[in-house]
Design a protein around this ligand. Sequence first.
Ligand code: NAD
Ligand code: TYD
Length: 355
Amino acid sequence: MRLLVTGGAGFIGSNFIRYLLAEHADAQVTNFDKLTYAGNLENLADLAEQPETKARYRFVRGDVADPDAVAAVFRERFDAVVNFAAETHVDRSLEDAAPFLRTNVLGTQTLLEAARRARVARFVQIGTDEVYGSAPDGVAFAEDAPLRPSSPYAASKAAADLLIESYVRTYRFPALTLRCSNNYGPYQFPEKLIPLMIANALENKPLPVYGDGLNVRDWIHVEDHCRAIHRALLKGRVGEVYNIGGVALKTNLEVVRTLLKLLGKPESLIRFVEDRPGHDRRYALDSTKLRKELGWSPCHTFEEAIERTVTWYRAHAAWLEGCRSGAYRDYYERHYGQREEFVARARAGSRREDK
Ligand code: NAD
Ligand code: TYD
């Protein structure tokens, strides 16, 4: 199988490439990635060096929204495309939505067009549960739930899903869409909740929890996501959407307290900061379709896999430090500095009112 993977230098893409090359002795992967702040070739350095994978893995630097770069990579023939490339952080999309629209919408359309012309036999779009918006208590969204994105990130991913749908209807293009819940595991960029909290706790820095910390996320280990992508790539029905999740629903506070316990750090490190605007209260997915049609079920429990994840980040301090230096430090100070000041001002205000 000759596969084009976009965004393969990021968190889930790099885990997927490693998984696929190990599962398929005959898989050949081309990883097409722009290497934004979130893309890191170190995530795949071992594959590019090991004799058993070296000949089956190729990296091409390029932008999915650049038609010339995409046309150039499609000079090679591919049996399938898996599109991970995206701007992915909700908080960054609130600061500036433009790169999200460019990569997630225009980039998807550029790839779709090139893949259609190249008569690729299968296109798997990596989508997100955030397109459904917040799930009321007791509700787990199935694939037919309406799209109600809350953030520019989620709106850009919903737009991409609709473009896929339009290509399937108009051109009978052989695409399918997967919508997964929150992932955790190795190589996740430490701007996302779990690696951010681990990295801060390791340095005895405050852990910034938004709002009251009672927002619920539906956590899945990245390997369980990769296994679902693999099944969908081989057996998923064209034109369909499959949800992937429903594994471990936790409040953010539960997650943060678990991490602190595993790291042997005190809960006094928790700092409640200004909430994220438009913060979805609860995510919960119904994955019955994936389980029934493709025989998928998760292999990891949250309790076991979160412990392994903490061990991995402890053992990869240099990797974490590499991510957290340079431009990321500016983002961190800009984003969290304002939030902490906001809470400090609110506290000072309420003390004045108490008097
Ligand atoms: P990530 O931010 O870790 O990685 C994104 C990768 O895409 C990076 O390597 C980056 O360099 C690359 N990229 C960005 N813009 C590009 C462009 N214009 N052209 C080519 N490459 C570009 O993201 P992730 O967490 O691995 O997410 C991968 C995909 O999975 C995304 O589509 C995301 O929406 C989806 N998803 C993520 C989660 C999650 O919990 N992380 C959950 C559900 C779905
Ligand atoms: P995040 O990892 O950004 O993923 P998403 O927004 O895509 O779900 O955030 C997960 C949850 O953690 C979300 O409810 C927001 C919350 N959160 C914090 O409380 N503090 C933080 O510093 C971050 C980054 C997230």
